[in-house]
Design a binder for this molecule. Structure first.
Ligand code: FES
Length: 263
């Protein structure tokens, strides 16, 4: 893990959130999609606790974090920090997504703000020439990832609550004909990467079982939604029931095989 001082070089508003780009070549080169970075959101010794971010873009020399709307004062500091600010970063934390050799059709599934953390793996898969589908749920159209932010070849399916229950829409898309494939996107995919609130793992697992009869290890990877204090296994605050026992998410995850979350 690297502790480094990054320079804030760009800021843009996207929907209700802000995206900040940080220049830190050493850290950017070490990051893989899904890993976390702990960012110190203040000057001097305050605030003591860092905030956890999963990059929404990773380039050769920079990475980008997304500050969601809300009242967190660490996030407020980031929103107000001027360009050129030196930002203390610690990362990468944990294990990210892995796209195995031999995979051709990648399904990316995301809900709400978590879906944005799939952007680097979408870009990586598209750059490898893989077929990529992204399915995302948001409360309103304004909170969806804009189509223009995605590589041109990505097949995009958007779900908004829009006064309708989203469970039915997901079922149609993942296992039904709404995707254009008879067995849904899960029948089409060789590999699934997901980022969503924890409850969605159950829904995803049910869809996988419906189409493929069992959840085989290596088929689906899920980002466990957690915040980290130390990121190196020392503080135990990220311990969760996962992978058959009480595990430190910062060490065993944050990306887990779906099997480890639902069995
Ligand atoms: S964040 Fe400290 S042990 Fe995981």
């Amino acid at each position: 893990m690297i502790q480094t001082v990054a320079e804030l070089i760009d800021r843009r508003t996207t929907g209700p959130a802000q995206e900040l780009t940080l220049h830190t070549p050493e850290l950017a080169r070490a990051l893989t999609p899904g890993q976390a970075v702990l960012v110190k959101t203040g000057w001097g010794l305050e605030p003591y606790l860092r905030r956890t971010f999963h990059p929404v873009a990773i380039d050769a020399e920079t990475w980008t974090l997304r500050v969601p709307p809300g009242g967190d004062w660490g996030h407020a500091w980031l929103r107000a920090a001027p360009l050129g600010t030196a930002v203390d970063c610690l990362g990468p934390v944990g294990i990210g997504y892995l796209l195995p050799l031999g995979v051709r059709n990648v399904l990316c599934v995301g809900v709400g703000e978590w879906a944005w953390t799939l952007m680097p793996v979408v870009a990586q898969a598209a750059a490898r020439g893989l077929s990529v589908a992204l399915a995302m749920e948001a409360r309103t159209p304004r909170e969806l990832i804009p189509t223009l932010r995605l590589p041109a070849a990505v097949e995009y399916h958007a779900i908004t609550a829009d006064r309708r229950r989203t469970e039915g829409q997901w079922a149609e898309l993942l296992t039904g004909a709404a995707s254009g494939s008879r067995s849904g996107l899960l029948g089409w995919a060789d590999a699934v990467v997901a980022a969503a609130p924890l409850a969605f793992s159950g829904q995803l697992a049910a869809g996988v079982k419906a189409v493929r009869y069992e959840i085989s290890r290596g088929f689906a990877q899920v980002l466990y939604p957690a915040s980290f204090l130390c990121g190196n296994g020392a503080c135990q605050t990220c311990v969760a029931d996962v992978a058959g026992g009480r595990r430190r998410v910062c060490m065993r995850g944050p990306v887990f095989d779906l099997v480890d979350l639902v069995t």
